[in-house]
Design a protein around this ligand. Sequence first.
Ligand SMILES: CC(C)(COP(=O)(O)OP(=O)(O)OC[C@H]1O[C@@H](n2cnc3c(N)ncnc32)[C@H](O)[C@@H]1OP(=O)(O)O)[C@@H](O)C(=O)NCCC(=O)NCCS
Length: 223
Amino acid sequence: MSDYQVRLYKDSDYERVREIFADGMIEHTTKAFHTSLRLPRTWAFLLLTFLLLSWITGSLLMSVLAVIIDVGLLFYIHKHIYTAYANYCLKDDMLDIQKYYLQRDGCCFWVVESSGEVAGMVAAVPSPNPGGERQVELKRLSVPRKHRGKGIAKALCRTVIDHARKRGCEAVVLETSYPQVDAWKLYEKMGFKRTRSYFTPALLGKLLFFRILVYRYDLPVPR
Ligand SMILES: CC(C)(COP(=O)(O)OP(=O)(O)OC[C@H]1O[C@@H](n2cnc3c(N)ncnc32)[C@H](O)[C@@H]1OP(=O)(O)O)[C@@H](O)C(=O)NCCC(=O)NCCS
């Protein structure tokens, strides 16, 4: 990590930071798609489509085509979920980063810089959970592919933990999704504990096994 430096976000980082965030989010499409393909219910559905079409049309070609269309649709749904979420964030908190994160009490946004290039990013906000006033939420953690595996994300997590500690908070909390394996491995390595998980959007989430994982890192309570 020696040739990298964590610093506060500047307006000149704007375009790159938004790009890194969107790329990091959309890359999960493939992993989420593979997760659904491993589910027995997906295989059962594809088999049912095949058998139904064979019975109705009596055509092997039509039945195989229907299965291929189902698989394509499945990929499209996953792509839509991640792309829609990325687009929503780009128009929400990521639209005016300076105002949202640097001009509001308890919020902050950091980047990692390497040879004048943005090589990672993370944000912190007070937790919106009920009773979460003394908790910091870690958000928008992302490291571009070419800078991964060098401990940058660990340094960014530590930055948020230090921020929470300095504010006298009791915990750092965050949410990630099941297919983001690199992310939850990182959080568990950093000492975060998984506290619960839920499916979203409710019914589609359950069908696609789109599980949101909730993590918490407890800080010593200041006396
Ligand atoms: C998750 C992410 C931030 C990790 O960034 P990184 O800088 O490569 O992570 P680090 O080098 O600091 O790795 C820290 C730890 O994470 C875990 N980890 C990271 N990538 C991993 C992988 N591909 N497989 C298994 N564990 C992994 C390891 O435990 C690693 O520690 P180790 O190297 O001592 O074993 C990066 O992959 C990323 O930006 N992904 C896309 C966006 C995303 O998922 N963000 C999280 C939003 S909740």
